[in-house]
Design a protein around this ligand. Structure first.
Ligand SMILES: Nc1nc2c(ncn2[C@@H]2O[C@H](COP(=O)(O)OP(=O)(O)OP(=O)(O)O)[C@@H](O)[C@H]2O)c(=O)[nH]1
Ligand SMILES: [Mg+2]
Length: 281
């Protein structure tokens, strides 16, 4: 099959179209920014693995599993449990509210919320306010017994989103307690929220400190505050940690995006050097 070249204003859409045309194993050869009479456009070139292997431009060694769809697959039985953990103020609660109501994520699913942040003043009210606006059931758990009751109360839900407290390193015992509660819920996914502007060495430390929470994914928040930074995404590629969601603003629910575009850019920037970042930024 020949190399497929697509041009359009939306990189994520072009990547999706390339995948539809070539198949799930499509290899991205390049993403370029073009200046045209219609303004800025992007060019994506992709090929099947055999054709790509013959091309000098092939981007190699990138785990495709880093790219995950906006909507997870439903649980085989019972509610799918997804927790969001991360440092203080990373955007966990706001992201939970976006996830609960964004049409492209759990549109049509019955959603429930569990709040484990009983430490910070106002945290319970913040989650309850979002739940009330969206008319979503919300349970708060202070300990293991509450948690079992909350889980039972939300047993008819398709997905349960779990909001957790952000606790700094000085509150190790609180953090361990939260991690135990999260594990008690047997979550299918635990997303570690890290703001895009976090220095990579600090992001590494955050990932290390969160290991007992059973992290399965990175969730890159506040991309609007550091639009040119791809360090956390590069780290996800390096560690093979998938990313499903990124956030880029305070508006609930719409400032939430698929990871595809940013991870593709990150992946290419790693392979093609810093010049790429300037070319597509
Ligand atoms: N610019 C920007 N701000 C965001 C984004 N997501 C959340 N915020 C803001 O960041 C601040 C903290 O958000 P929260 O959702 O309360 O963060 P949290 O991680 O739950 O905080 P704690 O529970 O205190 O640890 C709020 O002012 C949010 O509006 C984002 O994607 N971009
Ligand atoms: Mg919070």
């Amino acid at each position: 099959m020949p190399i497929k070249t697509l041009v359009g204003p939306n990189v994520a859409l072009l990547l999706k179209q390339a995948q539809t045309a070539i198949g799930a194993d499509a290899i991205i050869l390049h993403v370029r920014r073009l200046r045209t009479a219609d303004g800025v456009q992007f060019e994506v070139a992709a090929a099947d693995p055999v054709t790509a292997a013959r091309s000098d431009l092939t981007v190699r060694g990138t785990p495709n599993r880093v790219l995950e769809a906006m909507a997870p697959a439903p649980a085989a039985s019972g509610p799918l449990v997804i927790a969001v953990v991360g440092p203080t103020g990373a955007g966990k609660t706001t992201t939970i509210a976006k996830l609960a109501t964004h049409p492209r994520v759990f549109g049509g699913w019955r959603v429930g919320l569990i709040g484990l942040d009983t430490f910070r003043i106002g945290a319970i009210e913040q989650l309850r306010t979002y739940a009330d606006i969206a008319r979503i059931p919300c349970a708060i758990a202070y300990g293991g017994e509450d948690l079992d009751q909350a889980r039972a109360r939300l047993a008819d839900r398709d997905v349960i989103l779990v909001d957790t407290p952000g606790r700094s390193a000085g509150h190790r015992l609180d953090r361990e307690f939260s991690h135990q509660l999260i594990q008690r819920l047997e979550p299918a996914e635990v997303h570690l929220a890290i703001p895009a502007g976090t220095a990579p060495h600090l992001a590494r430390a955050i990932i290390r400190d969160s290991r007992n929470a059973g992290v399965t994914h990175l969730l890159v928040t506040k991309c609007d505050e550091a639009p040119d930074e791809t360090g956390v995404l590069d780290l996800a590629v390096e560690l093979g940690l998938p990313i499903r969601w990124t956030t880029d603003g305070q508006d609930v629910p719409f400032d939430l995006a698929s990871a595809e575009e940013r991870v593709a850019a990150s992946r290419l920037s790693r392979q093609l050097g810093a010049g790429y970042r300037e070319a597509v930024a």
